[in-house]
Design a protein around this ligand. Structure first.
Ligand code: R5P
Length: 257
């Protein structure tokens, strides 16, 4: 791996622990003012000190994040349809590689919709993004987006994650599921899990714990942090699980405190 690529990846995945807590706040790219992120700056400022990396769109980055920030930035570069459309798979690449370089991003991320109406285009988008990213030493994160009709099991998520890796993604973001170890085994690049819809805090911590035990390198979590009644407590608790190997009980105590 070339120096630039290594350097960018080391700003996302902590070289000391080999793990990462990415804070996902890109939801507005299709959901608009998502609950918990209506006032994005207010929501993320207290969380930034506890995240290894921020996953965000360029518009929110420019308007809501101080340019003097120390937090590494992973840019969401795909989009298209809003939640008002039935077919969320109709995505394109919306932010250029030059823009990612101008914004000092440590990586770019996009969704693929395996099994979706526009499966082929989104997988080809990933291939093209990797083609542009490689000469610039820019890591690419591929997200295995799931449609309403998709079953989130190891067979489906394993298929989608493997395709992402085959296309050249450097990191894959997918969902936790039963037999998650099988997904990890078949995917030769690091996997982070998305948190998904808000669930009970203890359940979300258990999910993070199980994912790490099963081989994930970390989380790229959003709603289960910023929609929690104690977002700072929650990100600290997730951090303890990911970087310090804390038990769910101990992490829950951190959240409660
Ligand atoms: C979804 O498409 C977004 O990329 C989110 O970044 C991702 O789902 C992680 O956020 P959450 O933990 O809220 O699912």
């Amino acid at each position: 791996m070339n120096w630039g690529m290594k350097n960018r990846l080391s700003k996302t995945i902590n070289p000391k622990t080999g793990k990462t807590v990415m804070l996902a706040v890109d939801h507005g790219y299709f959901q608009g003012p998502t609950t918990g992120l209506r006032e994005l700056k207010k929501a993320i400022d207290p969380l930034i000190p506890y995240a290894d990396c921020l996953y965000i769109t360029r518009g929110m980055l420019r308007n809501c994040v101080d340019a003097q920030t120390k937090i590494p930035i992973f840019l969401r570069v795909s989009g298209g349809p809003s939640i008002l459309k039935d077919d969320l798979s109709d995505e394109h690449i919306t932010t250029s590689m030059q823009e990612a370089l101008r914004l000092n991003a440590v990586g770019v991320g996009m969704s693929i919709f395996v099994g979706g109406k526009n499966e082929s285009r989104t997988i080809a988008n990933l291939g093209k993004l990797v083609n542009e990213a490689e000469p610039n030493n820019m890591p690419v994160l591929a997200i295995t987006a799931v449609g309403k009709e998709m079953v989130r099991d190891a067979r489906y998520l394993g298929l989608a994650s493997r395709i992402a890796a085959e296309m050249g993604a450097h990191i894959v973001k997918t969902y936790y599921c039963e037999d998650f170890k099988e997904v990890v085994k078949a995917c030769p690049v690091p996997i982070v899990i998305a948190g998904g819809k808000k669930i009970d805090e203890k359940d979300a911590l258990q999910m993070a714990y199980d994912a790490i035990q099963d081989g994930a390198v970390g989380v790229d979590m959003g709603r289960n942090i910023f929609q929690s009644d104690n977002p700072v407590g929650m990100i600290k608790a997730v951090r303890a699980i990911v970087h310090e190997g804390a038990s769910v009980e101990d992490a829950y105590k951190i959240y409660k405190k």
